[in-house]
Design a protein around this ligand. Sequence first.
Ligand SMILES: [Zn+2]
Length: 259
Amino acid sequence: MKLVDAHIHLSDVKYAKCADELVAEAKNSSVVALVSNSMDFETSIGSLKLAEKFPGTVYPALGIHPWNVNVLKENELEETLKLISEQHLKNAVAAIGEIGLDYKYETIWEKQMMVFDRMLRLAEKLDLPAIIHSRGTTAQIVDMLPSYNLKRVLLHWFSHPMGALYKAVDYGYFITEGPPAAYSNGIRHVVKKVPLTNLLTETDGPVTYYKPPFNGKLTRPAFIPTVVEAVAEVKNMAVADVADQIARNFETFFNIKLN
Ligand SMILES: [Zn+2]
């Protein structure tokens, strides 16, 4: 069985001292691929370094998260865009992410929109997958994406509204779900409704999950088997069949052959 963590922040400072341990533990838990999402220029560099250190296991997604838009350094946007283009020439970039819009930061809404637009245009130009954060903005984002020529879109931690889910599935987009699939009725409803062919698994670590069975422990890729079991339970399918389909989805979406 090959499991995947399609959305983790392995270059986050909270993982600085334990990345080796987490990657080793992931492998022992059959989690064979981790997509290290980035928040800004610095964590993008961190994701690239981790991918170099763990080739064939850690894949970098580079970008600027909407939460970081208000603290960007001078030229940070341009430098991050340049980094993505340069690394893409070396075939070293798995995706552009994590990018998006967050309603909580509407005070600098225009800047969020500008950064998101620049990142989406680069994803379009380089034909890279886009990994999208859409808290409170999912319907709006799903409506704006067709104006870009994006072949691969992943809406991470999709929660609502269901109308946007059905549209996203129609457009061929993917969603990721993580630990809340084990305890949240809302997320379990999404898991039930999304075709398995459009679903990937994530931890979004180091985001912490306080509900059982996670109980506030450090989020790690080794949580993925629990997520897959939850999906299998909701879908009333065998765990191995769910895992196989999700592994195929990963290969299709990222154009990466799993080891
Ligand atoms: Zn994230």
